[in-house]
Design a protein around this ligand. Structure first.
Ligand code: ADP
Length: 476
């Protein structure tokens, strides 16, 4: 049942749903108002009247039994006025003794309506000397109560006492009250309908707008705006979708760049390889000097191609989580000295000077092979982009909980707005002094490895002064 309701509601527009809820709510509210103000009071009034009139009859019976005629008449007068009841007393032979009348024309005991003969007959037939009956009054369209009681003993009765009371409240006030409640219920329903219409529009319009924007985004329009609206949840939804749109558009752009860059980076060396292979075949095959030069170009381009393909594969493995870390404990100082020592031979041949400033020996936990890739990439970049003094500085700085490793160069630095991009795949800035052959993937690999290790990392750079790339390895 609940599932059916959920399915049915889920297919109803939000606006109609809210409208329906409000209409049901106002109907229930008006219903409760009607029951509390009209139905229940009428029932309570009827029960009270029956109870009080019966009590009145038995009190009068007692007073009659005391044989105080004056007190009996006074009590009849007072009871009649206080309780809005007509009271009549007859002798056993049917002769009228005393009466009070408050219902006037509608009284069942007096005048043209008098049914005293019938009531007396009923009373005589009754077992316990009393009757209590409800008679419907056609004119007033309401029930009337008649209570009769035999005065004296049932075997030797002195007379009959009849009481007649209306079982519903009548009068202008009661009618006006009923009308007011019906008008109030109608006003309530109209106001409820208007409020529900406004609220449902306030909620549904922004959601419809967001749905339309999402459809446009799904078709590739990443400029579409997600506007919030009436409430916090819708605002949050719009914000989340704007963020998702930004991320999807970035991923989409990166994918396009990636395909463009990969195909460009692969096509260039392949074209060169083909061109130089053809040159050797057609022109330089017999000329050993030219042939050597062309073969060297072929070998260099093949190396570059292999490096690019390796970088692409490594990065995709690092990013899709297929590469697991092999964590070991290493002495950072010894490990860094060893790496820099290996660099020295090659770099010094080309006039570069790499200096290392160690701190006290310290042990850290990491995948040393992957971390070596990080430090080598940073040193390679520093060598490639350092200034004319060809200086590169590597330093180890121990902090309280970590070892900070910095690689500094004296190059032209990185512009503020480019710093965010250099860790992106295939980002390469072309405006460097020297033409550097690279894949544009080095720093992406650095970032992926450091993220796998949960290391913090960053770069400080000032234009004209160089850059410092740093990362921190937590101490054991
Ligand atoms: P690649 O060096 O192969 O171009 P990277 O991902 O290593 O690719 O670097 C991306 C870009 O970041 C480089 O093209 C360069 O513009 C910038 N960059 C990296 N390291 C430095 C540095 N030490 N100094 C200045 N710019 C740098």
């Amino acid at each position: 049942m609940r599932n059916k309701l959920r399915i049915r509601l889920s297919q109803t527009p939000l606006q109609a749903e809210i409208l329906l809820c409000f209409v049901i709510f106002t109907l229930i509210f008006a219903g409760i108002l009607f029951v509390m103000q009209i139905v229940l009071p009428a029932r309570i009034y009827k029960n009270n009247t029956i109870r009080e009139t019966q009590q009145l009859a038995s009190d009068l019976y007692e007073t009659f039994a005391a044989r105080d005629v004056l007190a009996f008449k006074q009590e009849i007068d007072r009871a009649s006025l206080d309780n809005h009841v007509c009271i009549s007393v007859y002798k056993e032979n049917g002769r009228f003794v005393y009466n009070t009348c408050v219902l006037n024309y509608h009284c069942l005991l007096h005048g043209g309506n008098s049914l005293v003969r019938e009531f007396s007959e009923e009373l005589r037939k009754s077992d316990d000397g009393s009757i209590s009956m409800t008679v419907y009054d056609e004119d007033l369209q309401m029930d009337m109560l008649v209570i009769g009681i035999m005065l004296g003993s049932p075997e030797n009765p002195d007379g009959y006492l009849f009481l007649n009371a209306a079982l519903e409240q009548s009068g202008a006030n009661t009618r006006a009250q009923k009308q007011l409640i019906i008008i109030a219920s109608l006003i309530l329903m109209i106001i409820g309908f208007i409020i529900s219409f406004i609220v449902s529009r306030l909620l549904s319009v922004p959601i419809t707008r967001i749905t339309e924007s999402a459809n446009r985004m799904a078709k590739g329009d990443y400029e579409t705006k997600f506007e919030g609206g009436s409430c916090l949840e819708v605002d949050e939804l719009a914000k989340s979708l704007t963020y998702a749109e930004h991320e999807i558009s970035k991923a989409d752009m990166m994918q396009r760049d990636l395909i463009a860059n990969v195909s460009h980076d692969l096509r260039t060396p392949l074209t060169m390889l083909k061109a130089y292979a053809e040159m050797i075949r057609d022109l330089s095959g017999d000329n050993p000097v030219k042939r050597e030069a062309h073969l060297k170009i072929i070998i260099d381009e093949t190396d570059r191609l292999a490096a690019l393909v390796n970088d692409i594969l490594d990065l995709s493995k690092l990013e899709n989580g297929t590469q697991k870390l092999e964590i070991q404990q290493i002495d950072v100082t010894a490990w860094l000295s060893d790496i820099i020592q290996r660099y020295k031979g090659v770099s010094e041949q080309m006039g570069y000077h790499i200096s290392f400033t160690p701190d006290t020996t310290c042990t850290v936990e990491c995948d040393s092979a992957k971390m070596e890739r990080v430090i080598c990439n940073l040193i390679n970049n520093a060598i490639n982009y350092t200034g004319d003094d060809k200086q590169v500085f590597v330093s180890q700085v121990n902090t309280e909980s970590a070892v900070r490793i910095e690689v500094r160069d004296t190059g032209q630095g990185i512009e503020e707005d480019k710093i965010q991009k250099i860790f992106d795949k295939y980002y390469r800035s072309e405006n460097h002094k020297r033409e550097v052959v690279g894949t544009g993937l080095g720093l992406s690999i650095v970032k992926a490895i450091l993220k796998l290790h949960n290391c913090s990392f960053g770069v400080h750079s000032r234009l004209g002064e160089g850059s410092v790339f740093w990362f921190e390895l937590p101490k054991v």
